[in-house]
Ligand binder design. Structure first.
Ligand code: URA
Length: 197
């Protein structure tokens, strides 16, 4: 199977993931799962938390208010959205934007693992503490975990099984929507990525 076919298989499995606690909510609200968007040859993959309402309606990651700010950050370092891949840890929208549960993370994370295995990025940017906590464990560097307030903007090195990968934890873009100083911090942290374009 080529990359496109493997990614489609993941999509098909998630679409029919009836065992998910979020499946009924998806159907009742005419939401869609959000698989990811971008090139399957990306060097840089962004991993958010879970789709919000706008994303679940459009089946696209980061296309709502947080996404507008992500676009602003990408533009600030001249990084084209089409050159990266953007996805989430959890692929369906949790009710009322609540945090994903441990059970939901355990159910959806293997799909993210497979996406990373297909794309094999050299840098994974984690947007928020949920994807950071999961991916640091997955990369075998759990002992490096601290609160995101201590880790944001720093580069780490780990391994997802296909070779060495750089991990960059950032605050979730949503925090910038109601906190101007966080917006500045995120924009500053984002410049760390510029050297890898
Ligand atoms: N927040 C996320 O974590 N992911 C999205 O796709 C949108 C908002």
């Amino acid at each position: 199977m080529n990359k496109k076919e493997e990614m489609k298989k993941i999509r098909d499995e998630i679409v029919s993931l009836k065992e998910s606690p979020l499946y009924i909510y998806r159907i009742e609200n005419t939401y869609f799962p959000v698989i990811g968007e971008g090139t399957h040859d990306a060097h840089i993959v962004f991993v958010g938390e879970a789709p919000g309402e706008t994303e679940a309606k459009q089946a696209r990651p980061f296309c709502g208010r947080s996404g507008k700010f992500l676009d602003e950050m990408l533009a600030s370092i001249n990084l084209d959205r089409g050159k990266v891949y953007i996805t989430n840890l959890v692929k369906d929208r949790p009710q009322d934007n609540r945090d994903p549960s441990d059970e939901e993370i355990a159910l959806y994370a293997p799909f993210l693992d497979r996406q990373l295995e297909i794309i094999k990025p050299s840098i994974v940017v984690m947007l928020g503490r949920h994807s950071m906590n999961y991916l640091f464990k997955r990369a075998g560097i759990e002992e490096k975990l601290q609160p995101i307030s201590k880790m944001h903007g720093q580069l780490f090195e780990g391994d997802f099984g296909y070779g060495k990968v750089k991990l960059l934890p950032l605050y979730h873009p949503a925090v910038a929507l109601y906190n101007g100083s966080m917006k500045k911090t995120l924009l500053e942290d984002f410049t760390t990525l510029a050297q890898f374009i």
